[in-house]
Design a protein around this ligand. Structure first.
Ligand code: HEC
Length: 146
């Protein structure tokens, strides 16, 4: 996963370059137009998709987790553990999913209160924010853990 700022920058760049290409394209014949536009479109849509997924995870995290773990993921010492740099969070997406499904200590279970799709977005967000980096998990994989 690319860092958020980079994804946003590339996504914005895509919008600008698309607008600029419109001008240039008026001077190109149809064949050249297609060979330029299609790869640009595929590239831009995949980047924009990644930016949206990251934003969704961030929003869900702010709504469901940040009151305890804080928006910067640093938690509150001796009360709410940091997710930034946490071994559990960096270790395995399945372990994070289990904590969310079962709950732990003071932390409530989220099973039944948010969808598996949203759980996956949150997990992928916390595992790829504040210096953490980890491979993604799908909603289907989480559903199978029940
Ligand atoms: C009401 C406060 C609260 C909320 C809301 C909350 N947590 Fe927690 N969370 C805790 C507490 C307290 C612990 C430590 C539990 C223990 O080990 O006894 C914890 C532990 C964790 C851990 C294990 C971290 C480690 O290093 O051991 C993860 C991962 C985690 N929470 C993720 C989340 C996610 C993701 C959300 C939002 C969906 C969330 N939490 C919402 C209070 C909360």
């Amino acid at each position: 996963m690319l860092p958020t700022f980079l994804v946003r920058r590339i996504a914005t760049g895509c919008v600008y370059s698309r607008a600029m290409k419109k001008q240039t394209l008026l001077h190109l014949n149809k064949r050249n137009r297609a060979s330029l536009l299609f790869p640009a479109f595929v590239f831009c849509s995949s980047i924009a998709g990644a930016a949206l997924a990251q934003d969704k995870g961030e929003l869900l995290f702010l709504n469901n987790c940040a009151e305890c773990h804080q928006r910067d993921g640093k938690g509150i010492p001796n009360i709410y553990p940091a997710l930034a740099g946490s071994e559990v969070v960096r270790g395995s997406a399945v372990d994070v999913a289990l904590v969310m499904l079962i709950g732990r200590g003071e932390m409530p279970s989220f099973a039944g209160s948010i969808t598996y799709e949203d759980m996956a977005s949150i997990i992928n967000y916390v595992r790829n924010s504040w210096g953490n980096s980890g491979e993604e998990i799908s909603a289907q994989r989480i559903e199978k853990l029940r």
